[in-house]
Design a protein around this ligand. Structure first.
Ligand SMILES: *Cc1c(COP(=O)(O)O)cnc(C)c1O
Length: 424
């Protein structure tokens, strides 16, 4: 019986009947939304900024380099990108990248049917129109569907949703052949890579989020990386640099701005020095954190392996992931039975998010929830979406917690699966 960590056993008010196992009463009491505190180094850096009061990134003392500029320099070095720009949010980074590559109102932009609402939102916010590409049972973009739709748009906003990286060699071959500019949404792939190339380094831009539920936490925030000097100069002007772009350290040379500075509107969305100060130590710890996330992921994965009726997501050997969340599939289950699994797990403290629910709740909307854009039926994707269950794995969970969570899910999926088999 579990006695450590957060496991608690519900008191038995009556003697267990039949073959009720003691483990059936295990409960998890941790919080799926509780991230770790900001590291002490980040707190000290934040206090230093608060004490001097120069929070605006262009408000520097003589000889001082702003925290925001240092953050950009360090993230560019970490990803191997030539340029980096820090901005107000991940969604803002996406919209800025779209604008910087020339997306105009009315343009069509390819994007994932399975992603988070800020992704189609960034497209629609520009007056452009999302064209959804399907999702596979591996939870990545369907490359056959992408190839079939490649003539419908000149830009792909590719979302590495929940950290799953598709075959990037194949994707880039399709897009290069069709002349499609790729922008990568790396909200859940900071620190991840495909065949050794970091996520965000395949497309014209890589866009990252530093919002609380991602891999580094500044509350809100975003980072853009690129090797394209002109596109990055436009992004910097768009972000609200005024004529102070020379204060950046991971920016193209001033000549690049010669015309761009007159032609590009200021759509204010800067990063401030307080958030940058919090982020810099977290970026330095990213590889360590990634190992900790992956250790937790593998424990849940091992605990769920060979559960009848449950499909694990097979991850390709080329993918080096940072698993800050876990997904599995109850493929071709009745909706009512998936809902029952969700309810039974919830009763034992395990919060599963279901992408197949009839109504979007919390973060779990999908392509047909975004009714501001056309959403032709996608039956193959609907089958996958109907079976996706998702949960966060915050680093406040111990490895024992993760083993317990897997035992609870396994038990509840098995119970519903067996009841269904008995009824048939
Ligand atoms: C969180 C997230 C975003 C947006 O990031 P914000 O910083 O919250 O604006 C974009 N795409 C995906 C897949 C995300 O999970």
């Amino acid at each position: 019986m579990e006695t450590r960590g957060r496991a608690t056993c519900a008191p038995l008010t009556a003697a267990p009947r039949g073959n009720t196992l003691p483990s059936m009463s295990e409960r998890f009491t941790g919080s799926f939304t509780q991230q770790e505190p900001i590291p002490e180094e980040g707190i000290a850096a934040a206090l230093a900024v608060l004490r001097h009061g120069r929070l605006h990134r262009y408000n520097t003392a003589p000889g001082e380099v702003a925290e925001a500029a240092l953050l950009e320099e360090e993230f560019a070095a970490q990803t191997g990108a030539r340029y980096c720009l820090a901005v107000a949010s991940g969604g803002y980074a996406l919209a800025t990248a779209l604008r910087a590559v020339g997306v105009k109102p009315g343009d069509r932009v390819l994007t994932n049917a399975f992603t988070l609402a800020p992704v189609p939102g960034a497209i629609a916010g520009l007056g452009a129109v999302p064209v959804y590409v399907g999702v596979t049972a591996g939870l990545v973009i369907d490359l056959d569907d992408l190839a079939a739709k490649a003539d419908q748009a000149q830009v792909l906003l590719l979302s590495h949703m929940r950290g799953h990286v598709c075959d990037m060699d194949a994707l880039m071959a399709i897009c290069d052949r069709a002349g499609i500019t790729v922008i990568e949404d790396c909200a859940h792939t900071m620190g991840a890579s495909w065949r050794g190339t970091p996520a965000g380094r395949f497309g014209r831009f890589g866009a990252f989020s530093t919002q609380t539920y991602k891999h580094v936490n500044s509350g809100e925030g975003g980072l853009l990386i690129s090797d394209d000097a002109e596109a990055m100069a436009r992004a910097i002007m768009l972000s609200g640099s005024y004529m102070l772009y020379e204060r950046h350290r991971a920016a193209p040379p001033p000549e690049t701005f010669a015309q761009i500075r007159y032609e590009t509107p200021n759509i204010s969305g800067r990063m401030d020095n307080l958030r940058a100060a919090i982020l810099r130590p977290q970026l330095r710890a990213l590889a360590i954190q990634a190992d900790r996330w992956n250790a937790r992921y593998r424990i849940v994965e091992a605990g769920l392996r060979d559960t009848p009726g449950l499909t694990l997501v097979t991850r390709p050997a080329e993918e080096d992931y940072v698993a800050s969340s876990f997904q599995f599939l109850l493929l071709d289950w009745d909706g009512s039975q998936v809902a029952e699994v969700v309810a039974r797990c919830a009763a034992r403290g395990v919060e599963l998010k279901w992408f197949g629910a009839a109504e979007p709740v919390g973060f779990t909307s999908r392509y047909d929830s975004w009714r501001y854009a056309p959403h032709p039926a996608m039956p193959a994707s609907d089958r996958v979406l109907a079976g996706i269950l998702d949960m966060r794995l915050p680093l406040t969970f111990s490895e024992e917690d993760c083993a317990l969570i897997a035992r609870i899910i396994r038990a509840e999926v098995s119970a519903v699966w067996q009841a269904r088999a008995a009824a048939e």
